[in-house]
Design a protein around this ligand. Structure first.
Ligand SMILES: *Cc1c(COP(=O)(O)O)cnc(C)c1O
Length: 401
């Protein structure tokens, strides 16, 4: 027995697997922000990757109409509506030139995060290794951990344009690896991958019998004429893996939990076998919203890209003013910036919060190879971003000696 806040409690034993999850790195930062707000500072957050603008009207209206349809009031299926898979297949064909069989190669996903987790659960055994980019989206570490596997970090370094060096993976690791996560355009670095790199990935995966899961959350947020490819465009890609697509960023739909997983039919079948044991698919009205997004709001992400490009340019100018050089990304609403000499990721983000009242993400929150960097998310209204830029320029001074 132990005496807790509410009196004596049983010493409970909880599942060990939670202990293998990375700590919730933003909790400490949240506490600091709250403390600062209480002192009257108006904190501006360039931390979270959550679009500030609303979902397109035409999408909301399609969902509103669908809400009243009694068909959708009953259980959906994990395969989703034929019209959903049809819309996805039409989008993948026209946007990327990727031909997918809507009966066997596409499934709805309740957001990219859901798919990233369940694909690990469907593919990894106890003790397997999962190759996970570092810095990277934290789910690439937590998903294998929950599946009982181990994440092996693939360093993304500036000198390799933030592409992993697959040849540098030690043989004994490569031989035990069963899954490889990739994500281009990349969060947090803003890096993009060429078709040639994807071709190398397919060859590597074939040679070593590794499944590839490409997380394509940002293909629609691109700048200056750059158009991101789909991994599935790569010859042979469907033999080795799948791609996960999300409506969250391109269509401002983070709250809707909407995306899909597509590609290798065998893997999709395994995924379809797993899923009804966990959830019962995507609400029909949300499927209708996705269909509307892909058909009636197809060009919407281009407007968002134009907006993010302006914000990017403003912030890149501001960073230069305070003495920080940054590579302009071709895609994603993020800037990945080196912290100045004399700081770590954590001390720098702390400094920016205290001096300018601005939240940025410590690179180390994305993995140990993110140390030495910080990430700016350009997802606040323009007026707030203007204010943030002014505050940064006024209050952060780097000695140039
Ligand atoms: C935002 C994001 C996702 C997807 O998020 P969902 O809202 O779960 O669809 C996936 N991967 C990366 C790298 C992201 O930044």
């Amino acid at each position: 027995m132990r005496v807790g806040r509410n009196g004596p409690t049983m010493e409970r034993k909880f599942a060990k697997r939670l202990e293998s999850l990375p700590a919730f790195l933003f909790a400490e930062q949240k506490r600091k922000i709250e403390a600062l707000r209480k002192t009257g500072v108006e904190v501006i957050s360039l931390g979270a990757g959550d679009p500030d603008r609303p979902t397109p009207d035409v999408v909301v209206r399609a969902a509103q109409r669908a809400l009243a349809n009694p068909t959708h009031h009953r259980y959906p299926t994990n395969w989703g509506l034929d019209s959903f898979r049809g819309a996805v297949s039409a989008f993948m064909a026209s946007r990327f030139g990727v031909v997918l069989d809507p009966e066997r190669e596409i499934l709805p996903a309740l957001g990219g995060k859901e798919a990233l987790h369940h694909v690990a659960l469907a593919c990894l055994e106890e003790g397997d290794i999962c190759l996970a980019p570092d810095p990277g989206y934290p789910v690439y570490r937590s998903a294998p951990a929950l599946a009982g596997a181990h994440a092996w970090p693939l360093p993304l370094r500036a000198e390799r344009d933030f592409l992993p060096d697959l040849e540098a993976i030690p043989n004994h690791i490569r031989d035990r690896a069963n899954l490889l996560y990739l994500n281009y355009p990349n969060n947090p670095t803003g890096a993009v991958a060429s078709r040639a790199f994807f071709a190398d990935v397919v060859a590597f995966a074939k040679e070593h019998d590794i499944l590839v899961v490409h997380d394509n959350a940002y293909s629609e947020i691109t700048f200056n004429g750059y158009r991101a490819p789909s991994f599935l465009e790569t010859p042979g890609a469907k033999d080795v893996g799948v791609e996960i697509f999300s409506l969250s960023k391109g269509w401002n739909m983070t709250g809707w939990r909407a995306g899909w997983i597509a590609g290798n039919a065998q893997l999709i079948a395994r995924y379809a076998h797993l899923k009804p044991n966990i959830d019962t698919g995507m609400f029909g009205a949300i499927q209708e919203a996705v269909i509307a997004a892909l058909s009636c709001a197809r060009e919407f992400p281009r407007q968002m890209s134009a907006m993010y490009r302006q914000r990017r340019d403003l912030m890149v100018r501001t960073l230069a003013e305070i003495g920080l050089q940054v590579v302009q990304p071709k895609a994603t609403p993020f800037l990945w910036v080196k912290v100045p000499d004399g700081y770590t990721s954590a001390t720098w983000t702390d400094h920016v919060l205290r001096q300018a009242g601005i939240v940025v993400s410590a690179g180390s929150a994305f993995g140990s190879h993110g140390e030495g960097y910080f990430r700016i998310a350009l997802m606040v209204p323009d007026e707030e971003l203007d204010k943030a830029a002014i505050r940064l320029a006024d209050s952060i001074h780097l000695s140039k000696t």
